[in-house]
Design a protein around this ligand. Sequence first.
Ligand code: 7TS
Length: 407
Amino acid sequence: MSILENNPYRKDFPVLNQIINGKRLAYLDSGATTLKPVTVIDEMDLYYRLETANVHRGLYWLSENATTKFEATRDKVSNLINSPDRKQVIFTKGTTESINLVAQSYARTFLNVGDEILLSQMEHHSNIVPWQLVAEEKKAIIKVIPINPQGEILMDEYKKLLTPKVKIVSVVYVSNALGTINPVKEMTTLAHAAGAVIMVDAAQAIAHKKVDVQDLDVDFLAFSGHKMFGPTGVGILYGKEALLEKMPPYQGGGDMIDVVTFEKTTYNNLPHKFEAGTPSISAVIGLGKAVDYINHVGIENIKKVEDELLDYATKRLSSIPGLKIYGTAKNKASVVSFGIEGLHPQDLATLIDKEGVAIRTGHHCAQPLMKFLCVPATCRASLSIYNNKEDIDQLYDALVKVKKFFE
Ligand code: 7TS
């Protein structure tokens, strides 16, 4: 029997054990944030209830315990992404902060007038605006890698854009608005051959497929805890050691220093050089349990379930007359963006909420992509390990009902 008929993972997520507005909940917005398993919630509760202490300072049991758990998460994340060394795993607030860190520390230091940064047409705003901020200051130029109507990067155009002027390429691994899985390994090889460094936004990839930084050979990689069954307030920046070593600190404060005098301050070693101030300790500790959860289910298993669900959802929704799916790449993750002829996405989402269906509607923080698609917004169902066919059927029934209502 398929796992989707009797999904054993649903019971791990307390949010699903409730009735909202008298309806069973079909949570189809994991692209915005995933639900959290009880092991993550319990671990964070334990930290606040019985194990509260700051990290990296106290010599008493509570502080040592918090530090041990905090640093254990670094090891777990390091193993998850196959980082060559744990010190290359830096805790940030999330994907957004990780990208800003690279833009403000690496790009601000090493970019010169006229240098180019390549971004793709399908980037999230958090992989556009940080580069614009630094490009404006350094008089660098941002160029856009075009995509085809299916939502795939045009590799020939990418190759043409990769001139010696390009110093940084920054691309999304899995598009949040289309589901496209970009060929980042191939893009990395090409970027390196052209003498550029490459940053990958793995926010939507990390909980859905194997991400191996050594195999991909990327220079920087960013992702958020809350999109991988963990809490909000923590994210990761992975970087190659040689690059991280030559980058100046992003923020100053406690923990990131070695010796401070008013005349001159020296900085702590990696990764602490980039971790100023008290971090989000409970979130980091919770993230450790989220990584355990991914390992417990198995990333290949997650991918298998999601692929099956994506296939089912695509077939089911395509059968609705007037429904158009945006993003039909050959290599696609579990996101279905769509619109229905004659219906405003906002009205659609509001009405199907009454049927217990939670989806995201809007520009998905990808306005340049919406412009390319010639739509102001789309509806988006995004799937995870705890979804089942019933969720898709509930979405289908709700859409058909709303459509009839407007006919
Ligand atoms: N990059 C991608 C591809 C994303 O999908 C998101 C968030 C971010 C970066 C930013 O992550 P943050 O954790 O720093 O905010 N995407 C979405 C979304 O699709 N719906 O809500 C948030």
